[in-house]
Write a protein that binds this ligand. Structure first.
Ligand SMILES: *Cc1c(COP(=O)(O)O)cnc(C)c1O
Length: 383
């Protein structure tokens, strides 16, 4: 059955100044390569708004994770503790260095890694912990930072979904040694493909700049700190062009507004679903006092795999595109070959069968939300 989609899952939002900033980069600044005026504006914005020591734009969230893996000196056999319920790049970035992702189960309330399982997973080979702030909701960072400190481990926040989300009085991405953001078209703030690495520990700033610039000290050369630049270390080309940075800067200028609107849509969903939650039919994300989200995504938890898939089909027949994720990494072909699990993955497996993500995008109206919510209610009236 092919049904016309009236409510897509995602619609990238364009704030309006993106193209004129790109024109300015090309025609006024005469710069299309990276690290020009717009890249600096983005760096300043991130450092000022988030309160971090150093922000470096990358060409993707994946690239930011790869840089973090190099900066942590991950080598063959080194273990990195992370959830299995995440996007592939969380694991892949470390596997590329020869590291071994070790998966722990997630909490049923936040769907983030269960911080209580971390310490028992640490071995003499453990080098780092990668908390993923799923849906822009914070992991339990106090416990994670404490266990990392006790065992001398690095913490890399996969904050790909978490720009402007906070944990207590701090923005996510600024708590661990490194924070990784994504500006992929599916995220809240976008540049097509794009990302940023936050370096929160001074000791790593200079090396981070070198790794990002093909292993050279070109960044210092541009600042006039050295009279030529040469090959210093391993590295790759991790910086985006000015075209990407110009586009991104237009989005960052409107970031607070975009996120406020998404939070509003998210709150509408949760409020409308409350009766269905009280009737015991679905579960919705929990609310935590310590963590402020950013309206990145709205999921519901259904009763099981069959019910989830039937609901997805029902929504589709009403013109609504809903999707699920993730296929847990521990059960994927590469994950089985390259990673290991610590303990059982009961919550991870259960959640990935029951989770359904609903449409959420900037232009969504309250009528659009109603259309989705009513279709969900209709499904549960019938079943
Ligand atoms: C989107 C995402 C990434 C990857 O970001 P890209 O910019 O697409 O490379 C990594 N981790 C998580 C949790 C993500 O959601």
């Amino acid at each position: 059955m092919s049904q016309k989609i009236s409510t897509p899952f995602n619609k990238p939002f364009i704030v309006g100044k993106e193209l004129s900033y790109i024109a300015q980069a090309v025609l006024v600044e005469s710069r299309t390569a990276g690290d020009g005026v717009f890249t600096r504006k983005c760096h300043d914005w991130l450092e000022k708004h988030l309160g971090c020591k150093k922000a470096l734009l990358t060409h993707s969230g994946t690239a930011a994770l790869e840089m973090a893996a190099i900066l942590c000196d991950i080598g063959p056999g080194d273990e990195v503790i992370m959830p299995s319920f995440t996007f592939v790049s969380t694991a892949n970035a470390f596997v590329l260095r020869g590291g071994v992702p070790v998966f722990v189960d997630i909490r049923p309330d936040t769907l983030n890694m269960d911080e209580k399982l971390i310490e028992g997973t640490i071995t003499s080979k453990t080098k780092a912990i990668v908390p993923v702030h799923y849906a822009g909701k914070s992991c339990e960072m106090d416990e994670i930072m404490a266990v990392a400190k006790k065992h001398g481990l690095m913490v890399i926040e996969d904050a790909a979904q978490a720009l402007l989300s906070s944990w207590k009085d701090r923005y996510l991405g600024t708590v661990g040694h490194f924070g990784c953001f994504s500006f992929h078209e599916t995220k809240n703030i976008i540049s097509g493909e794009g990302g940023a690495l936050l370096v929160n520990d001074d000791r790593f700033i200079q090396r981070a700049e070198i790794i990002r610039e093909k292993g050279t000290d070109r960044s210092r050369f541009f600042r006039g700190e050295v009279d030529k630049y040469t090959w210093q270390d391993i590295g790759s080309s991790y910086l985006p062009s000015e075209l990407t940075a110009a586009f991104l800067f237009a989005q960052l200028e409107e970031a607070e507004k975009i996120i406020a609107k998404r939070r509003h849509i998210y709150a509408c969903y949760l409020e409308r679903f409350w009766p269905l939650v009280q009737a015991g039919r679905i579960q919705i994300p929990s609310i935590s006092e310590d963590s402020t989200g950013n309206g990145h995504l709205c999921y519901i938890l259904t009763g099981g795999l069959k019910e989830r898939n039937a609901l997805m089909g029902h929504l589709q027949s009403d013109g609504i595109k809903a999707i699920f994720h993730y296929v847990p990494l521990h059960s994927s072909p590469a994950g089985r070959r390259l990673c290991r699990t610590s303990g059982d993955m009961i919550v991870t497996d259960d959640i990935s069968d029951r989770l359904l993500r609903l449409p959420l995008y900037y232009d969504m109206t309250e009528d659009d939300v109603s259309h989705v919510v009513e279709s969900v209610y209709e499904f549960y009236r019938q079943s």
